[in-house]
Design a protein. Structure first.
Length: 155
């Protein structure tokens, strides 16, 4: 597979929105707490905002001209309990079902890590649903570890 990782541009918005639909469907399978894709408004504006934000990067994995992976990372203020001023966040990573387990996620993550290194970021955080075994395994295999647990109670 000749997969290319590239920084997204405004020309990629429709393909990105298709990837967002995939991640929404994926998470809705875990829990109805997640908002279904149909309930999102102004996604084009939100995506464009991410593309224009100098502290955010949107990466795409493309096979020929088809988007098969999507990743959003950013630099933001560290939580007040952390001694660092800025840390990296991985907001979203999704690989199309058909291409999972083929190294696409690793390839896009490696490019994101280079971006964080260029920004001199030493700590990177992310959240993953505790029931998402595939995601948890991916992150553990890429040297991420659990250091806090986020919990929820539904009433």
């Amino acid at each position: 597979m000749n997969i290319k990782i590239k920084k997204a541009t405004s020309r990629d918005i429709l393909g990105i929105i298709e990837m967002i639909e995939q991640i929404c469907d994926y998470h809705c399978n875990f829990d109805k707490y997640y908002k279904p894709f149909a309930k999102y408004d102004n996604l084009e504006k939100e995506v464009l905002g991410s593309l224009e934000d100098k502290n955010t990067i949107v990466l795409l994995a493309k096979l020929d001209k088809k988007i098969i992976g999507y990743c959003v990372g950013g630099v933001d203020s560290a939580p007040n309990y952390a001694p660092k001023i800025k840390i990296g966040y991985i907001y979203t990573v999704i690989i199309s079902d058909k291409y999972r387990g083929r190294g696409v996620g690793k390839k896009i993550l490696d490019e994101l890590m280079k971006w964080f290194e260029d920004k001199k970021i030493k700590n990177i955080e992310l959240e993953v649903d505790a029931r998402n075994k595939l995601g948890i395994d991916f992150w553990k295999n890429n040297n991420f570890f659990t250091y806090r647990l986020k919990m929820r109670r539904d009433l």
